[in-house]
Write a protein that binds this ligand. Structure first.
Ligand code: ADP
Length: 258
């Protein structure tokens, strides 16, 4: 194993993500749910990784933390804001082709526009409303008693077209309960959920799309049905990297190679 590695730690609102990189490849990754005592959880993740990969401390250049809890990890050699980390990480992993990033996290929704050198030229964030964020997906998963991992597959099935009209989570919750009581299928409700989140994203994105590739990242990007609904709504291709939840942690780790 090379001696030139760094660790990126994304202390997110919903999940803690950690990557080890040599500045190019992600050589190791781990994700655990956020819980009280984030700094202890993060330390455990690092210790476990060091032992799994048989790494010695001198092989690690440093630990860069990001995410809303970045300051909680006092051992970090540096902190970086999550927007810069997202742009850095995704731009590099996309082979420098990304010009728009739609990041859906546990509690917010961000749209970044990048220049052809990867500089952030525009930025929009919605963190006031839970609809359209990972928490909303988690709530619907609970209501439908269906794991999020199955949402992509279920929304690919034929189902009647339904509308979710409420854009506020509290009202959307009672709307979904009524749809279930009316006998509507999970498949139809999940499709309607994806379409409603896609409309919300499109409201933020339309004026921001520049030429070049559009990427979706963050945990909900693992849901293929959401990506397809976004493509339908935006009428363009939306790309997703193989591990979309780790781009921010990777971007943080990259800062230690500059
Ligand atoms: P944060 O950085 O704010 O903690 P993440 O980018 O880690 O947020 O995304 C967390 C969200 O990802 C969760 O709220 C959940 O909705 C979603 N998610 C996590 N795993 C999956 C999965 N396998 N399929 C679809 N969505 C997922």
């Amino acid at each position: 194993m090379t001696t030139d590695l760094s660790i990126g730690l994304d202390l997110g609102s919903t999940a803690i993500k950690m990557v080890v990189t040599d500045g190019e490849e992600i050589v190791h990754r781990q994700c655990v749910p956020t819980a009280p005592g984030q700094e202890i959880l993060a330390r455990r993740m690092i210790d476990k990784t060091m032992s799994t990969l048989s790494l010695k401390p001198e092989q690690i250049k440093g630990i860069a933390s990001t995410g809303y809890g970045k300051k909680l990890f006092a051992e970090a050699s540096s902190n970086i804001d999550e927007i810069s980390a997202n742009a850095l990480g995704l731009f590099k992993l996309s082979g420098r082709s990304a010009r728009t990033i739609i990041n859906i996290g546990g509690q917010d929704l961000k749209v970044l526009s990048l220049s052809d050198s990867g500089r952030i030229v525009d930025f929009k964030m919605n963190d006031k409303c839970a609809a359209g964020t990972g928490r909303f997906f988690e709530l619907v998963a609970r209501l439908l008693d269906t794991p999020l991992e199955k949402f992509g597959q279920l929304s690919a099935a034929e189902a009647p077209v339904l509308e979710l009209n409420n854009t506020c989570v509290v009202f959307a919750e009672s709307e979904i309960v009524s749809l279930l009581a009316r006998g509507e299928s999970k498949e139809a409700i999940i499709k309607a959920l994806h379409a409603s989140v896609a409309r919300r994203v499109a409201g933020m994105v339309h004026s921001k799309i520049s030429d070049g590739d559009v990427y979706l990242d963050g945990g909900p990007a693992q849901n293929q049905g959401l990506r397809e609904a976004l493509e339908d709504e935006l009428m363009l291709e939306v790309k997703v990297l193989p591990e979309p939840q780790f781009t921010v942690a990777y971007g943080a780790a990259l800062t230690l190679f500059n």
